[in-house]
Ligand binder design. Structure first.
Ligand code: SAH
Length: 351
């Protein structure tokens, strides 16, 4: 049985800037103190109220009495040869979550989780194997970014991008996700531009529709992985609830409303999704849709039997899509030597 050391105090990173102003005014402080507190947490990397040197000792003590502000316990930290750095965090209730720092030539990206575990059971992904435990709070989402940012700065690489592509379905935790992303995006907070933040989804249509109504220019990525209804049913059980055709229709609508291009993630599995048949079906389904297709070579997970196609096969697939007018690129795998793909670390810590 897990020993649950339940958190008593509210984590201050669950508060938006406006909520913090409200709290501070409520205890008789000036509102500019909220800017100072936000600066300490999100810009100067403070992990405790006692570090907030421009606050009175009295206010530091009051904040410490009312709120939590701790770093996560790091259960594992693995650095790959390409300097991709993978964290496994042990949360207060001993749930484990993963976050990854991915430095490339042009950007420094944090890959962040929104849930402990995943309910969706995609038939190629390690994240779903151990099942789902709970949603992460806003603070738990934001704190992952703070750790990855700190690590990035050690390499003199300011964080430039956030991809919500760790464990879990983002739209299953919509409110906490949006709140966290607003803090991450805010110039008072971590100050990552909305265009540099990507939300990935298995295709939860109501979430896509809700996001279209937000005044928030974040990027949307859809885990497509099938080329029609039957093929997607096999790989992604969620397709029975939100079928391929309805998903594509919702994406068309999203692009029309927001005037933004969607990225489709498409896994390349030998003889399954990387076939001529698939190219023809995608060509038909994506007629008239302006989008980016991100082709992801299958990263082997021992629980599944799939094979990764050869480089030649994958390039031929990409070229056929391009010939069909679908803009496609092959994603370079990062951090494979530390099992950095898709829930592998969390999963191996559980077994
Ligand atoms: N939970 C999010 C992000 C997952 S990781 C989502 O499902 O959209 C980012 C992408 O990698 C997703 O498209 C996911 O489906 C894909 N993926 C998962 N397991 C993979 C594997 N073994 N090999 C290649 N891509 C994988």
């Amino acid at each position: 049985m897990k020993i649950r050391n339940l958190q008593q105090k509210q984590d201050i990173r669950n508060l938006t800037y406006e909520e913090l102003v409200q709290y501070l005014e409520g205890i008789g402080e000036k509102s500019f103190r909220a800017t100072q507190v936000f600066e300490w947490i999100y810009k100067k990397g403070a992990w405790g109220f006692e570090d907030m040197k421009n606050l009175s000792k009295e206010l530091q003590d009051r904040l410490a009495q009312d709120f939590e502000l701790k770093p996560n316990t790091i259960a594992q930290k693995l650095v790959a040869e390409d300097t991709t750095t993978k964290f496994l965090f042990d949360l207060y209730d001993h749930e484990k979550i993963e976050s990854v720092l991915i430095p490339t030539a042009t950007r420094t990206t944090a890959c962040i989780s929104s849930q402990a575990g995943c309910k969706f059971g995609c038939k190629f992904c390690a994240s779903g194997i151990g099942g789902w435990s709970r949603n992460l709070t806003c603070a738990e989402i934001v704190t992952q970014v703070l750790h990855v940012k700190e690590e990035a700065l050690k390499h003199k690489r300011p964080l430039s991008n956030i991809v919500m592509m760790g464990t879990g379905e983002n739209f299953d935790n919509y409110e906490n996700l949006l709140k966290a992303l607003r803090i991450i995006n805010s110039d008072k907070g971590i100050n990552i531009g909305a265009r540099h933040i990507t939300i990935s989804t298995v295709g939860v249509i109501p979430g896509i529709q809700q996001l279209a109504k937000e005044d928030f220019q974040v990027e949307l990525a859809i885990s497509l992985h099938g080329y029609d209804n039957p093929s997607r049913n096999v790989l992604m059980p969620v397709n029975r609830k939100y079928p391929f055709d309805e998903l594509i229709a919702a994406c068309r609508e999203y692009s029309k409303t927001t005037k933004r291009q969607i990225t489709f993630e498409y896994i390349l599995i030998k003889d399954v999704t990387c076939t001529e048949n698939a190219v023809q079906a995608l060509k038909k389904a994506f007629k008239g849709i302006i989008c980016k297709m991100n082709l992801i070579p299958y990263n082997p997970v021992s629980e599944f039997d799939h094979k990764t196609p050869s480089g030649k096969e994958m390039m031929a697939f990409r070229d056929s899509l391009e010939d069909a007018g679908i803009h496609a690129t092959i994603r370079t795998p990062r951090g494979r030597d530390v099992g950095a793909a898709c829930g592998q670390l969390r999963h191996s810590a559980q077994v």
